[in-house]
Every structure is written in C-alpha cells, then in structure tokens.
Write a protein that binds this ligand. Structure first.
Ligand code: CAA
Length: 379
C-alpha cells in the first residue's frame, strides 16, 4: 500500500493548513466562549472551494478526489473539531445524498449551491426514540395529492438552524420496517418546519446541534430523493462514506493532542529536567504517536478506497472506531501531561478532551461500528 499523497493532495493540505492556522485558530477561543456558529469561517471555506471539494465541477464543486476532502477535514480538525464537523456533515451527508440519489433537476437546484457554500446542508435521521436503531424512526410522510405531509421530530441535528437544506428521513409505509422509509429534501423556512431547542454540549462549541419539528409540513413530491422506500439505503450508503469524515476529524483531534503534549513535555521542567525526559511521560507520547499513526493509516486507507470507487463500508467503520478511540485516549493523556494546567481552559488539552468524546458517539456509536464491521466479516 502506498499512502504518499499526490502533488494536488499536498497542495490541498498546505492550503487548508494555512487557512486553519491563520483564520481558524484565532477564532477558536471566541467559538468556545460564545458557542456561536462561525458563519464567517463557513463563508470563507466557500470562497476557498472547501464546501464542495469532491463535488464535480459541473455542479460548481472543486472536482477533486475524496482523499483531498478528507485531508481538508483532518487539517481543520487540528485547530477546530467544531468547524471540521460542520464541513463533514455539510458534504458527506448534507450534499452527497442529493449528488448520488437525486435527479438532475435536484442536483442543479441544490448541489450547485451547496458546493459553493451558498447553501449549508444538514442531515436529519435521528429521533428521540430512534438513534442507533435508525430503521425504526417514526416521522411520518403521508402522500396527499402531489405533496407529502411530514409530521414528527428529529434530535441532535448538526448544522440545524443554520442549514438551508435538510435531508429528512421519514416513514412513507408504516408496515415495511426499514424498507418503509423515504428521504426528502426539505428547505429551511418551509411552513410547518420549525427549529427547536439548541443543545448545550460538552464540546464542539460553535457547531449547532438542534431539535427539529415537522407539523403538517407540506412538501412537493419533487422533493422526494430517490424512490419511495429507498430512505434507509440512502442513509446507510451516505453514512458509510460520512464515517471517514468523522475518522479524519477524530484523527485531527488526536494529532493536536500529541503535538501539544510533545511541545509542553519538552518545555515543562520537573525534577531538574523537561518532563519529556521522564519515562512516565515519554512512553505516553510514544503510545500516542503509535496510535495516531495507525489511525492515520486506517483513515487514509478508507479514503483511498472511496477515491478509487471501491467498497469502503467496513474500512470506514474501522477507521471511525479506531480514530475516535485514539482521539479520546490521546486527549486524556494530553490533559495528564499538562497536569493541573491541563484541567484549565488556558491550555487546549481540556477542549480536545471535551471535543473527542462525541466522535465515539455520532455517525454511529462505536458499538454500532462493531456491528457494521462484524456484519461485513460474517456475510
Ligand atoms: N449501504 C446500503 N444498504 C445498506 C447498508 C449500507 N451501508 N447497510 C444496510 N443496508 C441495507 C441492507 O442491505 C438491508 O437491505 P436488504 O434487506 O434489502 O438487504 C437493509 O438496509 C437493512 O439492513 P440491516 O438489517 O443491516 O439494518 P439494521 O436495522 O440491522 O441496522 C445498523 C443496521 C448498522 C445498526 C444501522 O441502523 C445504523 O447504522 N445505525 C446507526 C445510525 C447512525 O449512524 N446514525 C447517525 C446519525 S447522523 C449523525 O450522527 C451526523 C452527525 O451529527 C455528525
């Protein structure tokens, strides 16, 4: 296996790293304190072409490969995991479902705007009683003439309240289990569609997470994505790919924890020498670096499969599971290395610690990733 990046991919890395260092890093403290959606950074990402990296040029995207997109999320996450998830959800599960399952009219109407960042995308699958068991969701979409009427609610919707379009999953057939679900494109400001409570989260401050309610929300049948009954398949297929984005985000957190840990350990002296020269700390750093490297290989292997149009569901789940565990472990160790300072807001370790946790939860908990991986092994 060869994981050397191409010249184009290296250029992407450099461009995004510059953006992350110069524009994202200085904004993090404010995002943390105010928990305010970074609209200006999202706009800037649009100007740089980052909101549509793997989207074909014919739909206003950058027309670059999937690995370049993963590189961008990875680099942004090193500075802000919150901005990284905004980009990942927008692209992987907010735009791709329309690109891969939409008709030409839907692609022209929505993908062209999502790819430039004029529109922001969101994905509405999870419900209060249907999280991991997504196939049991209850939001109802009843056909009435040439419309569908949506009733129900969604929770934990990333980019919610800020997005222009929502890929909403609803039940069109109450008797068909996961085969009775359909996917719809719902625009913000549609009558009967309201944005509910904004969650106060442990981490990822700046990334919006809200509840949604649909009450007699009428949408035209032309907003149906794919065929009736294809909703679950659309959700799963896009989550397969989306999970590589979350792996890249988690990898970025882990790399940042390692980088800060190394720098601090070299600088901080105790017992007459830098703490990096005490085995208790240097071994921690060695373990963190080894796990980071393994997470990187899994993440970019999954990305490379996707780039080459090969199946990547199993590898995406492996990457997401391993990278998220690595993010959590690295962040815990970074706090430990920083000691008392690691427990304060003056240093980045505590933010990385808080941001890491959710990567083990969203886009399928790590318990669900075990199920996905074992299903692939046993089928
Ligand atoms: N691609 C295409 N089709 C798929 C598929 C995939 N990856 N996985 C399953 N399917 C199809 C199956 O082939 C099957 O169809 P057939 O009967 O015709 O073969 C059908 O879907 C049902 O499959 P399963 O029996 O495997 O489904 P299940 O009910 O056992 O559920 C699951 C499988 C993996 C547990 C799934 O429910 C799941 O992934 N749950 C987690 C949900 C999730 O990830 N939510 C994330 C929310 S979004 C988010 O978090 C975004 C954010 O904010 C960051």
């Amino acid at each position: 296996m060869n994981f050397r990046f191409t010249e184009e991919q290296e250029m992407m890395r450099k461009m995004v790293r510059d953006f992350a260092k110069k524009e994202v890093a200085p904004a993090v403290e404010r995002m943390e304190k105010e928990d305010r959606f970074p609209r200006e950074l999202v706009q800037k990402m649009g100007e740089l072409g980052l909101m549509g990296i793997p989207i074909p040029e014919q739909y206003n995207g950058a027309g670059m490969d999937f690995t370049s997109y993963i590189i961008a999320i990875n680099e942004i996450a090193k500075e802000s995991a919150a901005l990284a998830v905004i980009l990942s959800v927008h692209t992987s599960v907010g735009t791709n479902p329309i690109l891969y399952f939409g008709n030409e009219e839907q692609k022209k109407k929505y993908v062209t705007k999502l790819a430039t960042g004029e529109y922001l995308g969101a994905f509405a699958l999870t419900e209060p009683s249907a999280g991991s068991d997504a196939g049991t969701l209850k939001t109802r979409a009843k056909k009435r003439g040439d419309t569908y009427v949506l009733n129900g609610s969604k929770v934990f919707i990333t980019n919610g309240g800020e997005a222009d379009t929502y890929i909403v999953f609803a039940r069109t057939n109450p008797d068909a289990g996961s085969k009775g679900l359909s996917a719809f494109i719902v625009e913000k400001d549609t009558k009967g569609f309201t944005i509910g409570k904004k969650e106060k989260k442990m981490g990822l401050h700046g990334s919006n997470t809200v509840q949604l309610t649909f009450e007699q929300c009428e949408i035209h049948e032309s907003q149906l994505l794919g065929q009736e009954g294809e909703g679950f398949k659309i959700a799963m297929a896009n989550l397969d790919v989306g999970r590589i984005g979350i792996a890249a985000q988690a990898l970025g957190i882990a790399e940042a924890a390692l980088e800060h840990g190394v720098a601090y350990a070299k600088e901080r002296e105790q017992f007459g020498r830098p703490i990096a020269h005490h085995q208790g700390i240097s071994f921690k750093l060695a373990d963190m670096a080894t796990n980071v490297e393994a997470a990187k290989l899994l993440t970019y292997q999954a990305a490379s499969l996707r780039t080459n149009g090969e199946p990547c569901g199993k590898e995406a789940s492996m990457a997401k599971m391993f990278a998220s565990k690595t993010a959590m472990k690295s962040a815990i160790e970074a706090v430990q290395i920083f000691g008392g300072y690691g427990f304060t807001e003056d240093y980045p370790a505590e933010r990385l610690f808080r941001d890491a946790k959710v990567t083990e939860i969203y886009e399928g908990t790590n318990e669900i990733q075990h199920i996905v991986i074992s299903k692939h092994l046993l089928k």
